[in-house]
Design a protein around this ligand. Sequence first.
Ligand code: IDP
Ligand code: MG
Length: 141
Amino acid sequence: MERTLIIFKPDCLNQRHVGNVIDRFEQAGFTIVGCKMTRLAPALLRAHYAHVADKPFYPALEAFMASRPVIVMALEGENVVQRVRDLLGPTDSRKAAKGTIRGDFGTDVTINVVHASDSDANARIELARFFAPYELYEVNG
Ligand code: IDP
Ligand code: MG
């Protein structure tokens, strides 16, 4: 069993797509093992997006991600990291196929509905960054 970190980005909440996205995760058989609403502080965002922090688009990305409280979620399932990435589609929503979450609900390359971890190693790091151990649950079924 594997876990991954999901962030419902501001556009997902503003456009009221949270239920639709959760439905796709549940239909795929994944289990919610952590969930909360939170504001993402600049320092946390710089750590989370360290791999793009020196890009010209970073200030706009940080402003977007801090523009309202978001929902962070931990999902568990077999091969959940890769399977959720497949459900999302590519980073650029305009290039994402219909039927994918970003293809159906996303706007562009920045405003793209959901963050999901891209590897098991990064999922462990990201889950520890956004959740205290007591906020993650052992769930049966
Ligand atoms: P991912 O979210 O598909 O894993 P990453 O390459 O990890 O994509 O980039 C993190 C986030 O940074 C993206 O989800 C998107 O919001 C933003 N981003 C990535 N590339 C660009 C770009 O070229 N222009 C503007 N924003 C970008
Ligand atoms: Mg990424």
